[in-house]
Design a protein around this ligand. Sequence first.
Ligand code: ADP
Length: 246
Amino acid sequence: MSALLEVSGISKSFDGFKAINNLSFSINAVELRAVIGPNGAGKTTFMDIVTGKTTPDDGEVRFGENGRSLLKMNEAQIARAGIGRKFQRPTVFEDQTVADNLTMALKADRNPFAVLGWRPSRKSQARVLALADEVGLSAQLTRRAGELSHGQKQWLEIGMLLASAPRLLLVDEPAAGMTLAEREQTTTLLCKLAETRAVVVVEHDMDFVRRLNCKVTVLHQGSVLAEGSLDHVTRNPNVIDVYLGR
Ligand code: ADP
């Protein structure tokens, strides 16, 4: 399986403190991966670097079949290249319906400069229905996003990200604040999305990581401490020391 994302020897210091320290790892084109690690391990900085929000001091980040360097691109170019990022807090348009939120996301993907006066074609309307279906919100299309549950808002935002057909989705603590039923549905959604693209879930919640049942990368002090199944990494004495044995 070829790598979609290749992170090679990246480092990033803030005021002399190494938040990322010679970090290398790769993500396959079709894969669900959990990235875990204690607070301050470098998880957010890693996502910031991959999405172009932060530039590393050293190393390389390559994406896609041709191994294009992401370090030469700005945030918008990286998003257009096929990387979507879901922040922890949902940022949907609360006053708009679910359908309108998805329509706006499609519109923004087609032409970010022509948000006003855009009338969705039949094809776009069909795409909105497909997006709603993909994230389990078909029955909520005419509801205002502000009336949705926390979990439904998270799924809506994932649907909005899917409007630009990302090949890699970075998802920050997707299950935080969700009910048990919502967590189960989120697990199913993420596993399904990862059947056709790469999905990287940054997560603190070990119970949720267990549900994902995927390869896990443990970060510590800005480097990979362990990698493998959750059972494998949680048996690693180093992981027990720094992360689980708090
Ligand atoms: P995590 O997401 O795993 O909790 P972070 O990537 O947020 O870890 O942070 C890694 C380390 O880098 C932390 O010690 C944090 O305080 C530091 N750090 C992150 N961003 C900045 C910044 N902009 N300025 C100074 N220090 C930062």
